[in-house]
Design a protein around this ligand. Structure first.
Ligand code: UD1
Length: 422
């Protein structure tokens, strides 16, 4: 139950490197179940979510090792086909083992993930995809029981779903015949998964588009794959430069992965340009300008940067609007930011109106989910006085040593180890 203590007001200057994307590594780990050969993933961040997925793979019988930033998975001795409630309820990405287990072993028993702090997050589209592939789906005692060898077919996603597209892809690569995934999610993490599957011997056309054609193959083999950089981590540090009026070189960040975020930040007054293998983000000398954002599927503004952007808007001049289109309950950070002096009003459950204030003040705040925690840390970096963020286990799910990276660039930030939450 650690906390993070920040004394705000220090300008951040220096160099931060982002690693591979958590949201790509997790499905890539699941994809390693599709072959008995070793799959090596490179540039993997050290995160608690990666450890949870490691536990799921080990439970199934895979061998997993993690040294430095290299993760090795060998699934040549899979002897269980279930993902238990304890692991799926801890991290819903565990549900992604459904597709590969069905694809290679034609059976899976995976716990339904249940609700989540940011919305109901159903998995009906994942199950629809499996059924389209001829897999028999039964729900019993909170578990999805899936049986049968997938057969190629058309899968039409009425809603674009990142997780659903990934599960469908992983079930389809070893199917008999051809699968067409229509209205597929085209997030960079989906593209990275598809590329890795091709490196493993899969036949996938239309990668990076909304129409994926998968010709099933007999078997897949091992590969060594460098994970796509984390655009959400990069965007978080870009906001850190902006909110502290500093200047950061964010290595391994790429504009093509985060165009909409960069566009909004530049509109507000930041200066962002590519340099070597990364981007330079320069804060503005004067107050930032308010802006409006609406979260959308890639290449639109990512829901995973909405909370961090709101922290920046709190200090901009004028009124900003945030519309959350992906999740129905992703404003848990609002009341915490208000405790720090922000002026934010919710209009219904999908819109927040942010009136910029000249200064935030440090406060004790509580993280409710991963990106909300990042927003509170960012607000704390700019606030006057001390901010204490509790429940930061959320932060450790998705940011590799965030406080160390920020401290090296001049932030007054420390992790306070606490044995039990009072
Ligand atoms: C989503 C985000 C992803 C982000 C991740 C973690 C999008 C499109 N997806 O991915 O960028 O990294 O959360 O924050 O931005 N849905 C259904 N039925 C399903 C699956 C999804 O109704 O079976 C709905 C969801 O409730 C949501 C929308 O579809 O409203 C998109 O969900 P989906 O992309 O599947 O969510 P994640 O894969 O978790």
């Amino acid at each position: 139950m650690d906390r993070i203590r920040i004394v705000g007001g220090k300008s951040l200057n220096g160099h931060i490197r982002v690693k591979g994307a958590k949201n790509a590594v997790l499905p890539l780990m699941a994809a390693a179940l599709l072959t008995e050969d070793e799959v090596v993933l490179r540039d993997v961040p050290n995160l608690s979510d990666i450890r949870t997925m490691t536990d799921v793979l080990i439970h199934l019988g895979a061998e997993v090792s993690f040294e430095g930033d290299v993760l090795r998975i060998k699934a040549n001795n899979i002897n269980k086909f279930d993902a238990p409630y304890e692991l799926v309820s801890k991290m819903r990405a565990s549900f992604w083992v459904l597709g590969p287990l069905v694809g290679r072993f034609h059976q899976a028993k995976v716990s339904l993930p249940g609700g989540c702090a940011i919305g109901t997050r159903p998995v009906d589209r994942h199950l629809y995809a499996m059924e389209q592939l001829g897999v028999n789906i039964d729900i019993q005692n909170g578990y999805v029981l899936a049986t049968g060898k997938p057969k190629g077919n058309k899968i039409y996603f009425q809603i674009k779903t990142v997780g659903g597209t990934m599960n469908a892809l992983m079930a389809a690569v070893l199917a008999d015949g051809t699968t067409e995934i229509i209205n597929a999610a085209a997030e960079p993490e989906v593209t990275d998964l598809a590329r890795c599957l091709v490196e493993m011997g899969a036949d996938i056309k239309g990668i990076g588009t909304q129409r994926l054609i998968v010709n099933g193959v007999e078997s897949l083999h091992g590969t060594s794959h460098t994970v796509v950089p984390d655009r959400i981590e990069a965007a978080t540090y870009a906001v850190a430069a902006g909110i502290t009026q500093g200047q950061l070189y964010i290595e391994n960040a790429h504009l093509y992965l985060m165009e909409d975020v960069v566009f909004s930040l530049c509109y507000m007054g930041l200066d962002i340009f590519e340099k070597d293998n990364g981007i330079i983000v320069k804060g503005a000398d004067c107050r930032l300008k308010a802006t409006d954002i609406t979260t959308e599927e890639f290449p639109g503004f990512p829901t995973d940067v909405q909370a961090q952007m709101m922290a920046l808007m709190c200090l901009a001049e004028g009124t900003s609007t945030v519309t959350e289109n992906i999740f129905e309950n992703r404003f848990m950070h609002v009341q915490e930011l208000v405790r720090m002096g922000a002026d934010i009003r919710l209009q219904g459950s999908r819109t927040a109106i942010v009136r910029g204030v000249p200064q935030l003040s440090g406060a004790q705040v509580m993280a409710s989910d991963l990106r909300a925690s990042a927003a509170l840390v960012l607000a704390g970096l700019a606030a006057k006085g001390e901010t204490l963020v509790s429940r930061i286990y959320h932060l450790d799910r998705g940011y590799d040593h965030m406080e160390e990276k920020l401290r090296v660039c001049g932030a007054d930030i420390e992790r306070i180890k606490i044995k039990s939450e009072e």
